[in-house]
Design a protein around this ligand. Structure first.
Ligand code: MG
Ligand code: NI
Length: 481
């Protein structure tokens, strides 16, 4: 075998990964692997806890996505206790979800993926970063920081703290919103909406047109898609039914508490991440980029693909234009960025709309709950895709079993396939440089993975391996359990 190219760490993603590209004797790509080199394990250590504590415990899974875990968990506890939160409780959860989305989509577009497009894919890595962005566009840089800060401030007003929240509880939301707080939030929400409009226009004028050729080829694969929609098919990020779409655009809708009938998970010995696949399609599972089986994608592009419409006017206009230009389902991987900006606009509009809702300041935000033996499934659309929390309790309300399918896990197979496609297309006869390796990373960044969130298997099926290297990087010893 020829040389192995290692990209480690993959930069400008959440969490830690390395990419290995194995070349054959002629210098062409024989195989690739995206390895996730961290382990979380919450599926094990939530067991034995009172289930009402879980919405608070699971926020520690991730400092980037705490709101998504908090809300999916609160919904799972609603189901365990068999209760439905009152309208104000639902709206306050939905409001926090959309505020957190604006913050995270702004972070990803400008700071994580932006340097590739603003500075260029093959710009020197000393400037291809957030500092480079701030130096080349100081005015935009300031607005990005300001608008992320506004998101954090708004979450603090609604729930007391912006990260690791505690306010979504079984049966609703613990803190009603006062009229005074609502009045404080409205101008902030309007300012974020202005920035969302600016971001969409800026990308359509100055970024996307320059990269349309790259979009057509980089990391392109052909898969199915999954996301949440309301009963009438509109995009929804807090609640609804899951829609699982085949590559040909045909789809099936199901309530998320039936997810095990549609999705199964595979384990591979070389990574801590599991590989969910659509078992309902009956074709098994294969990550061969030329002939995938059972593979579907989640996150922004998937949600735009599965939805029939968006309920807010500005995002709906962008949605129509996107469908017109790229068809449905759109398969080009870099279109995740475009879809993410449509969602930024939707969330910014939705926050303004929710603050205007008469129910939002009602004092009736939660209902009482009583422990019982039950199973409950909660699902919310995290910025990175459909997030499933599945709990079981005994008659004292203590947790006996937990399964999490974290958003990025659904995209595990697609990310591996896109990296393989990109590496094979870009590395020929042993020829590559920093720019080419960064393009391989760009195929990963499009998916905005959160790997810190997404590794929970501790059932002893995956070995822990420790490699000991000398100062020159030569392998000296290996331990494996
Ligand atoms: Mg799991
Ligand atoms: Ni996360």
């Amino acid at each position: 075998m020829g040389k192995t190219i290692v990209i480690q760490p993959v930069s400008r993603i959440e969490g830690h990964a390395k990419v290995e590209i194995q070349l054959d004797d002629t210098g062409n790509v024989a195989d690739t692997r995206v390895r996730v080199v961290e382990l979380r394990g919450f599926e094990r250590f939530c067991i034995g806890r009172p289930v009402e504590e879980l919405p608070r415990i699971v926020t520690s899974i991730c400092g980037v996505c705490p709101w998504s875990h908090h809300l999916a968990s609160a919904k799972a506890t609603d189901a365990v206790f068999g209760v439905e939160p009152p309208p104000a409780g639902r709206r306050l959860r939905d409001l926090c979800n959309s505020i957190a989305y604006t913050e995270e989509h702004i972070l990803h577009f400008y700071f994580l993926s932006g340097p590739d497009f603003v500075m260029g894919p093959d710009a020197d890595y000393s400037v291809r970063n957030v500092i480079g962005i701030a130096q080349s566009n100081p005015e935009i840089g300031k607005r990005v920081v300001r608008n992320r800060h506004l998101g954090a401030q708004m979450l603090e007003v609604v729930s007391g703290k912006p990260i690791h929240p505690v306010t979504a509880v079984p049966g609703g939301f613990s803190k009603p919103l006062t009229e005074k707080e609502r009045d404080e939030l409205c101008p902030m929400a309007e300012e974020v909406l202005e920035f969302a409009k600016f971001s969409m226009a800026f990308a359509k004028e100055s970024i996307f047109p320059k990269y349309l050729d790259t979009v057509k080829v980089l990391g392109v694969i052909n898969t199915g898609f999954m996301g949440t929609v309301t009963d009438d098919g509109a995009l929804n990020l807090y609640d609804g039914k899951l829609r699982l779409m085949k590559p040909d655009g045909s789809f099936e809708d199901f309530h998320y508490d039936r997810y095990t009938e549609y999705i199964s998970e595979r384990v591979q010995e070389w990574t801590y991440q599991k590989f969910p696949y659509a078992k309902g399609w009956g074709e098994g599972f294969s990550m061969d980029p030329d002939n995938p089986k059972g593979v579907y994608r989640v996150n922004s592009l998937a949600r735009i693909n599965v939805a029939d419409k968006i309920s807010t006017p500005l995002a709906q206009r962008e949605f129509e234009e996107f469908k017109e230009q790229f068809g449905s389902p759109a398969q080009l991987t870099l279109l995740y960025h475009w879809a993410r900006l449509i969602e930024l606009l939707y969330n910014a509009e939705h926050v303004v709309e929710l603050l205007d809702d008469a129910d939002i300041t009602s004092k009736e935000t939660r209902v009482a709950v009583t422990p019982r033996a039950a199973r409950g499934v909660g699902c919310a659309e995290a910025p990175r895709g459909s997030l499933i929390h599945d709990y079981e309790t005994d008659d004292k309300g203590l947790v006996t079993d937990v399964n999490l399918i974290v958003a990025t896990q659904h995209n595990n197979a697609p990310i591996n396939m896109s990296v393989n496609q990109a590496a094979r297309a870009l590395i020929k006869d042993g020829d590559y440089d920093q720019g080419i390796l960064n393009m391989v990373e760009m195929a990963i960044r499009a998916y905005d993975p959160c790997l810190s969130c997404a590794t929970h298997d501790l059932a002893g099926r995956i070995a822990v391996r420790v490699d000991i290297l000398d100062v020159k990087g030569n392998l000296k010893d290996t331990f494996q359990n």
